[in-house]
Design a protein around this ligand. Structure first.
Ligand SMILES: Nc1nc2c(c(=O)[nH]1)N[C@H]1C(S)=C(S)[C@@H](COP(=O)(O)OP(=O)(O)OC[C@H]3O[C@@H](n4cnc5c(N)ncnc54)[C@H](O)[C@@H]3O)O[C@H]1N2
Ligand code: MOO
Length: 399
């Protein structure tokens, strides 16, 4: 029954339903999963335009321009973003242009204001509109022209179904011309913490009690993962109170619990699933978080996280979130600044701090030391039977 981390992830994902599609305003799509491919409805840029503030000219007229021998061009007009120049740029002519403004006909290159010297003009009366001629200190460059459709063209499929909508992707969807997006509905996750010693934040704490940090931490992580949280609160350690609390999970796609899954006499979440429910696995070959359990209760998939604060959040990070969102855990290789201990038959996820491009073990690794998880910015993965020396390359998950 002891599964690997990858197996645990797959088994949880396999119990989740296929989520229906709904349409939401694009501003509400952050964190959702795109349910259909998205085509560009428009091109971006929508016209060939300037990337700089300067003048638009014909490159051929300006090839000899230098600070010593500037090229003189006649200014025949102006092109502003949203207010294009209506005419044509002829030989020896140019148009003042601004970033994002359409390139006038005839012009094919840009020279930025930093490389221009305005010609002195005798006329500085009230009708004065600026000099008539400009001197280019270097050639105008076609590289500073942004071609129409250079980012994407109308009709092109730009985003694929299944993509998770990050902030840049939501912005891209708007640029593509979409005001509403087809997305998967949110997964409904019921959340319950258990334990006689666990109390609500703000209440006076008696010796032996602990504030319910897991529920708040897990709820926050579920929210960040794009889930709808059904808060079941907290249940004391008794089979009856657990069953009563779980009865409130109607409509949920999955129930997540904290605590009561290890070896103790009062670990009733474990008993409930093993003795009266269904068990897919109990225990994962990992630390922290080994006692995690997956099963079902009256048709509802139940994932029991261990109560230890670090264990519950680490298991969420490496098993629950990837399974719920379908997004794989992203890891990268870094050099270890310190040794990291290996375990004979478990994958270890040690808290690490990345500093100066290296990752080190700088704090206590006990599963009850929540502070070290808050101080860490990475989890260092040490495979079963492995071990890491300072200087080795290690796989790291960013927190
Ligand atoms: N004899 C053994 N004992 C334990 C084993 C083992 O293999 N043999 N496994 C240990 C491991 S590993 C873990 S992890 C814990 C998991 O235990 P439970 O899931 O049964 O959790 P509890 O016993 O209910 O609580 C453990 C710990 O966490 C605190 N806690 C619980 N809920 C919360 C909460 N909502 N917020 C903050 N802190 C919470 C609780 O007070 C305990 O200190 O078991 C080991 N034991
Ligand atoms: O495996 Mo437990 O999660 O260390 O305390």
């Amino acid at each position: 029954m002891h599964v690997s981390v990858a197996e645990a992830r797959e088994m949880l994902a396999a119990l989740l339903p296929e989520l229906e599609t709904e349409t939401v305003p694009v501003a509400q799509a952050l964190g959702r999963t795109l349910a259909a491919d998205l085509e560009a409805l428009v091109s971006h840029p929508s016209a060939t335009e300037s990337a700089l503030d300067g003048i638009a000219a014909r490159e051929a007229d300006t090839l000899t321009a230098s600070a010593e021998a500037p090229v003189r061009l006649k200014i025949v007009g102006e092109s502003r973003a949203g207010m294009p120049f209506g005419g044509r740029v002829g030989a020896g002519e140019c148009v003042r242009i601004y970033t994002g403004a359409p390139l006038p006909e005839g012009a094919d290159a840009i020279c930025p204001v930093e490389q221009l010297a305005d010609e002195e003009s005798a006329d500085d009366g009230p009708e004065y509109v600026g000099p008539e001629y400009v001197h280019l200190l270097r050639p105008a460059s076609p590289a500073d022209v942004r071609p129409e459709g250079g980012d994407f063209r109308a009709g092109e499929t730009v985003m694929r179904a299944g993509l998770r909508l990050s902030a840049p992707r939501v912005a891209l969807a708007v640029a593509l011309g979409h005001a509403k997006l087809p997305v998967r509905r949110k997964l409904r996750v019921a959340l319950l913490s258990t334990g006689d010693e666990v109390i609500e934040p703000g209440l006076p704490l008696q010796a032996g009690q602990v504030y319910d940090s897991n529920r708040v931490g897990l709820s926050a992580m579920l929210g960040e993962s794009g889930c709808e949280v059904i808060e079941l609160g907290h249940a004391p350690d008794s089979p009856a109170s657990l069953q009563a609390a779980i009865a409130g999970a109607g409509g949920a796609d999955v129930l997540l619990t904290s605590g009561g899954v290890s070896m103790g006499k009062y670990d009733f979440m474990r008993d409930l699933l093993i003795e009266r429910g269904r068990v897919s696995f109990w225990k994962v070959r990992m630390r922290p978080g080994g006692p995690a359990i997956l099963g079902g209760w009256n048709g509802l998939p139940v994932f029991g996280l261990p109560g230890n604060p670090v264990s519950s959040l680490v298991v969420f990070h490496v098993i629950v979130r990837p399974a719920l969102t379908g997004q794989p855990v992203q890891s990268l290789k870094l050099r270890a600044a310190t040794p990291f201990r290996g375990l004979k038959d478990k994958t270890a996820f040690w808290r690490g701090v990345i500093k100066d491009g290296e990752v080190g073990d700088y704090g206590p690794q006990g599963s009850g030391i929540l502070r070290s998880l808050s101080d860490a910015n990475a989890l260092v993965i040490v495979p079963e039977g492995g071990g890491v020396q300072a200087g080795d390359a290690v796989d790291v998950v960013l927190l």
